[in-house]
Design a protein around this ligand. Structure first.
Ligand code: HMH
Length: 221
């Protein structure tokens, strides 16, 4: 061992793709105050659909934790995350009405459907807790890092987008991501090498789905 956690090692090893996911042109445009508002509205409508599908995924992670985790505090972290999605869905509804985005008539685009299908595949009982919790960590961390960037001093994020950036960029959400990372690293340390390999592949898949999701919001597809 090199003294570094597995997730930290992967983030370094796969730095270029990690940065494409966490410093995407869409996020950089928010940070620079040059974001295209129709693109932001497209992201909002699509992300609501994504978060709705994220609920059963996270429920499946919770179920795996209850059955496979050796640490009872894992369940509490995951349950807290699941519970907060209720408030998040309400937030999407009020934000959408502010921007005049019609959530119920928004159709999921291809990149979103593909990402949601990936989440569904991870929810299968055949997928281990280690793989699922690693994907969960990556999904939340991409948003945390991305939106935290828009709140850093020197950023020129438009006032009407600050609330969105705070939702995922705030310090509490950062702590939550670190808790999930701690869970993933603890599990990965004890996992057989084929499971570690699968978890690394899931991490890379999440990064690539996140990049496609941002591209979709930018209007590339
Ligand atoms: C696409 N990835 C996407 N949407 C989100 N809301 C998150 C991650 C964070 O939960």
């Amino acid at each position: 061992a090199n003294g570094k956690s597995t997730t930290a090692t992967w983030t370094n090893l796969h730095r270029p793709i990690y940065e494409r996911a966490t410093r995407h042109p869409f996020i950089l445009a928010i940070r620079e105050g040059t974001v295209d508002i129709p693109a932001f509205k497209r992201w909002l409508g699509q992300d609501y659909i994504f978060v709705r599908d994220f609920v059963p995924f996270l429920a499946s992670v919770l179920l795996k934790a209850c059955k496979q985790s050796d640490d009872p505090s894992d369940m509490e972290v995951i349950l807290g995350g699941l519970a907060s999605l209720s408030d998040e869905l309400s937030w999407f509804k009020s934000e959408a009405s502010k921007w005049d985005v019609h959530l119920y008539t928004t159709a999921p685009q291809k990149a979103n459907l593909e990402y949601c299908r990936f989440l569904q595949s991870l929810a299968s009982p055949e997928v281990s807790y280690i793989v699922a919790v690693t994907a969960f960590w990556a999904i939340e961390t991409v948003y945390q890092e991305s939106f935290a960037l828009c709140l850093e001093s020197g950023s020129e994020t438009p006032a009407e987008l600050i609330d969105t950036c705070r939702r995922w960029g705030n310090a509490g959400f950062g702590q939550y991501c670190q808790s999930i990372q701690g869970i993933a690293d603890r599990c990965l340390e004890k996992a057989p090498s084929d499971e570690v390999k699968k978890a690394e592949e899931a991490f890379l898949s999440v990064l690539s789905y996140e990049i496609n999701f941002w591209n979709m919001s930018c209007g590339e597809s």
